[in-house]
Design a protein around this ligand. Structure first.
Ligand SMILES: NC(=O)c1ccc[n+]([C@@H]2O[C@H](COP(=O)([O-])OP(=O)(O)OC[C@H]3O[C@@H](n4cnc5c(N)ncnc54)[C@H](OP(=O)(O)O)[C@@H]3O)[C@@H](O)[C@H]2O)c1
Length: 310
């Protein structure tokens, strides 16, 4: 099959579109024929992209750990899915990802694809929506009526954070660039600060929760607007290697969760949760989605690799 691989050489990351073996699903695993793969550009810099779980170097990793596709075959002992099922979900960061014709995963990391979405649209959902869900509900335990500041409200994760927090009945304040302000407002933010034109702190009463998708100085400044019993959630890639105990406490990495994928899919199919495709690139041009050099791109949402388009 064709696959898109990442390599690191002399400190720089490069990618190639090449011939690789079709993975074989072991016991308890499922082989997915990938139709579309979501893109998180910073993934190329993440630890599992260049290291194995044992810590050894990991050359030739295939990135893109969220996908929409069809079940191609199932390993021994797998129940609940059958060949031909249309599914969406994610796979293990240390396994080869979905920027390939096929990838392996486990049943607990996938769910049936929302029926109202195309494969391209569905590939934008798993990691962004699960990250938003787990940050808001499992980590921050956001409550109706609480005030939340979403840093990066127009980003792939931020768009889901805004919608889910608003749906819960929280008061949502977000930052976004000017192009995305009206969208973020329409999705439920009662106030959106253009982060390039003003300081988000100006006139902001203390908040119960900060959901930081940006990191660095933005996270530091956000800590100052938290109530004394407030909760900071940070997912920014930069926080992964930060050793500050407060940053470590705020940071988490999304985990696959079938129940949450089912509930997210249900909300999508009921029209209560929207997803946004920022741009689509053909499989052979997957590197463009990682550099951002995508033609006809929109301002918000997630880039997707169309595996069926060469
Ligand atoms: N820990 C995890 O499990 C996990 C999971 C998913 C993603 N991530 C990480 O989380 C981060 C966000 O991911 P994403 O997929 O949502 O990325 P994204 O789509 O690129 O969104 C980032 C957003 O941040 C906004 N932004 C940039 N600078 C800002 C600033 N100074 N103030 C406020 N907003 C600013 C951008 O706005 P404009 O584009 O409008 O300028 C953009 O909308 C990345 O670092 C990614 O690696 C982590």
């Amino acid at each position: 099959m064709k696959g898109f691989q990442v390599d690191e050489s002399q400190g720089s990351v490069f990618t190639s579109f090449t011939e690789v073996p079709v993975p074989s699903p072991g016991a308890g695993q499922i082989l997915i024929k990938v139709h579309a793969a979501g893109v998180i550009p910073t993934e190329l810099l993440w630890y599992p992209t260049t290291h194995r779980e044992s810590g050894e170097p990991r050359p030739h990793a295939i990135p893109g750990h969220e996908f929409s596709g069809t079940v191609a075959s199932i390993g021994e002992g797998v129940a609940g899915f059958a060949r031909g099922d249309e599914v969406y979900g994610m796979n293990n960061w240390f396994w080869d990802g979905a920027t390939a014709e096929y990838c392996c995963t486990v049943p607990s990391s996938i769910a049936m694809k929302p029926t109202t979405l195309t494969h391209i649209e569905a590939a934008t959902v798993p990691i962004s929506a699960l990250t938003a869900w787990q940050g808001l509900f499992n980590r921050a335990a956001l409550q109706p009526g609480e005030r939340i500041l979403v840093q990066g409200g127009g980003g792939a994760v931020g768009l889901f954070v805004v919608q889910l927090a608003h749906r819960l009945g929280a008061q949502v304040i977000a930052t976004a660039s000017s192009e995305n302000i009206s969208l973020v407002q329409a999705l439920g933010a009662e106030r959106v600060v253009d982060y390039k034109a003003s300081n988000f702190e100006d006139g902001l009463a203390p908040v119960d929760v900060v959901f930081d998708t940006v990191g660095g100085s933005i996270r530091k400044r956000s800590a100052a607007v938290l109530k004394s019993n407030g909760r900071m959630i940070s997912i920014a890639a930069e926080a992964e290697i930060n050793t500050d105990p407060q940053v470590r406490a705020a940071y988490f990495i999304v985990e696959p969760n079938q129940e949450q994928l089912i509930e997210i899919g249900r909300l999508v199919d009921q029209g209560q949760l929207k997803t946004f495709v920022k741009g689509v690139v053909p499989f052979s041009d997957a590197s463009l989605a990682y550099t951002g050099a995508v033609r006809d791109k929109r301002t918000a949402g997630k880039f997707v690799v169309d595996i069926e388009l060469r």
